[in-house]
Design a binder for this molecule. Structure first.
Ligand code: AMP
Length: 212
């Protein structure tokens, strides 16, 4: 199974990719996660990427293409992969098409995860990670009990650096301008399916499995 999860920041691509990865035993390939790893290592490249990411802009196409082509050539991606956060521009989608053609393994499906704008903003501004467990929580949607479980065990609720209001605004604008055209791109290739990605995580996952 070779799929792209398409959707705005906050549409739940990472959450759903992780569930699918566990069930289907194919890797989640998240350019955002890989870039954050490079930033955490503090390399010169990482520092440059951090500035772009903190502003909510996109790192250059050729940079992410390099990361992706290396990742997809790893043995664990042989039986399939879930692309999360890539492609984000038409150029990236064309590059991906070429890369997969060369590998002789075309994409099966692009799943558009559809979420109302107001919900996206709440998901992003409220998103926190428990510093102890790495669990993803949300100050608007998680129960008080779940939030307290982290803090009473001595954990902190950490906010991603690009989840502040100003950067979120720009990330959503960048999505609209640069990534939304991919909806038509995959529609034209008859690879697009759209799911309603609002509501409970498990309910969205059901819809995702049905769509696939
Ligand atoms: P994400 O975790 O997918 O929201 O990505 C976080 C940030 O990493 C984005 O706001 C971009 O700055 C950068 N990034 C992730 N994926 C890409 C991509 N495919 N192309 C360009 N920049 C990306």
């Amino acid at each position: 199974m070779r799929i792209v999860l398409l959707g705005a920041p906050g549409s739940g691509k990472g959450t759903q990719a992780k569930k699918l990865m566990a069930e289907k035993n194919i890797p989640q390939v998240s350019t955002g996660d890989m870039l954050r790893e490079a930033v955490a290592k503090g390399t010169r490249f990482g520092l440059k990427a951090k500035a772009v990411m903190d502003a909510g802009n996109l790192v250059p196409d050729e940079v992410v293409l390099g990361i992706i082509s290396e990742r997809l050539s790893q043995p664990d991606a042989e039986n399939g992969f879930i692309l999360d956060g890539f492609p984000r521009t038409t150029q990236q989608a064309l590059d991906l098409e070429d890369l997969l053609d060369e590998m002789g393994t075309p994409l099966d499906t692009a799943v558009l995860m559809d979420v109302d704008f107001d919900i996206l903003v709440k998901r992003l501004t409220g998103r926190r990670t428990c510093s102890l467990t790495g669990e993803l929580l949300n100050v608007y949607f998680s129960s008080q009990e779940e939030l307290d479980k982290c803090t009473s065990a001595g954990g902190e609720l950490i906010q991603r650096e690009d989840d502040n209001e100003e950067t979120i605004g720009n990330r959503l604008t960048v999505y609209r301008e640069s990534t939304e055209p991919l909806i038509n791109f995959y529609k034209q290739r008859e690879k697009l399916v759209t799911i309603n990605a609002e509501g409970e995580i498990d309910a969205v996952y059901e819809r995702l499995l049905n769509a696939l």
